[in-house]
Write a protein that binds this ligand. Sequence first.
Ligand code: BG6
Length: 510
Amino acid sequence: MPYSSDNPLRDPQDRRLPRIAGPCVLVIFGVTGDLSRKKLMPAVYDLANRGMLPPGFGLVGFARRDWKNQDFAQVVHDAVKENARTPFREEVWEQLLEGIRFVPGTFDSDESFSKLKETITELDEARGTGGNHAFYLSIPPSSFELVVSQLKKHDLTKREEGGWNRVVIEKPFGHDLESAQELNDVVSSLFEPHEVFRIDHYLGKETVQNMLALRFANQMFEPIWNNHYVSHVQITMAEDIGIGGRAGYYDGIGAARDVIQNHLLQLLALTAMEEPTSFEASQLRTEKQKVLAAAHVPGDLSETTARGQYCAGWQGAEEVKGYLDADGVDSSSTTETYAAIRVDVDNRRWAGVPFYLRAAKRMPRRVTEVALSFKRAPHLPFTATDTEELGTNALVMRIQPDEGVTLRFGAKVPGTQMEIREVSMDFAYGESFTESSPEAYERLILDVMLGDAPLFPQQQEVELSWKILDPVLEHWAALDEQPQPYESGTWGPQSAVDMLARDGFAWRRP
Ligand code: BG6
């Protein structure tokens, strides 16, 4: 029975064909969380709707709720209706529904894990899943160890003949190098390295993968992609939202651990790495690891890092509360909601080119981008007045929300005299392609089912990223003071402005 009316199995030329998942069960721990409702469940439906899931698919939710299968199915249904990317189709939903199960329980309950085992066995038979199971831990890191040990204890990590077991772990993987290593010891004692999928959802974004296409499918960028031409790089992840209801997770974690350690350092690695010999996981990881191993935050950390915490202000037309007044936040919290660091990459290509990374909540707008700023031409055969409005040449990879690439350069203003002004040339995904981009989680969940590893950071990368960040976190902790306040809806604290000004640069205002 085809899964959707435009079933790609009908068309041997369909390029999705090798990318359709085989039969399996996806077990999600933490199904009552935000991530599950907003991203994971909708992604499962979107995959089904695109014909990427097989009929032999089962979805099991595990959480501390007194729910029956139908209650959970209703939750999935509502999450899909509210957050799915593709239109709701009754026939797709009906197919999915047949494989939906719920197991109530706590992570320390043996009874619940026995029930989970029973449920999976029943689904294996009912749906013909071939004993293939993916366990998605969308839960606080403090519970990872308990859950993986329970999986082991209840024989859920044992590979059935011909089947596979995979574990999917949401970031943050640890809260520093040491804890990441400890966590890895636990996970790797139960799962083989190729069975562990560490999620960094930025790698699932189309625009992030496009960084590889832009750099390595074209001839014209690579020759200038180095310290002869690039003066500095800015990687920005600005969000206009506050922490919402996520104080329990965010307070004590902060912007650097939340997104710089993973998303932003991964963006840096993709920007700075050498060309991999292929896009196979091992080749890609080798190149990313080389960059991360060569990267560090240089100099006096009071000058090469900055942190801030948002206070009350205006977000568009809405008046918003400060971080310390958010529900669940300790009123003396020193958690940063703005973090900026300078990273130097000590290799021949990048020596002398600072990479500035910043991540923050409650910025004037939501934007993630990687911007390469180029050096001035060595000689300008114009008068100083002619080039007054010539800025620096820049190449901006716009990760979101306005996905595309911008090239900024000087052009002659029409008229009788030579006057140069900065202009932009834009590529916009929305204009060049008719297909809309799949959500990052669609891609990543599918890759887990296919056992496709290139978009998942490996332990080595996680550890190298903590090595870069740990000295900064220790430095901030030793200061034992409040991060500099910044008004909500502004571009962050003065210390961050000063940090770049000392090097003769200014933050971009995207
Ligand atoms: C998550 C962070 O990894 O990424 C959140 O934990 C952040 O704090 C989110 O809001 C942003 O993701 P995206 O895809 O909307 O940029």
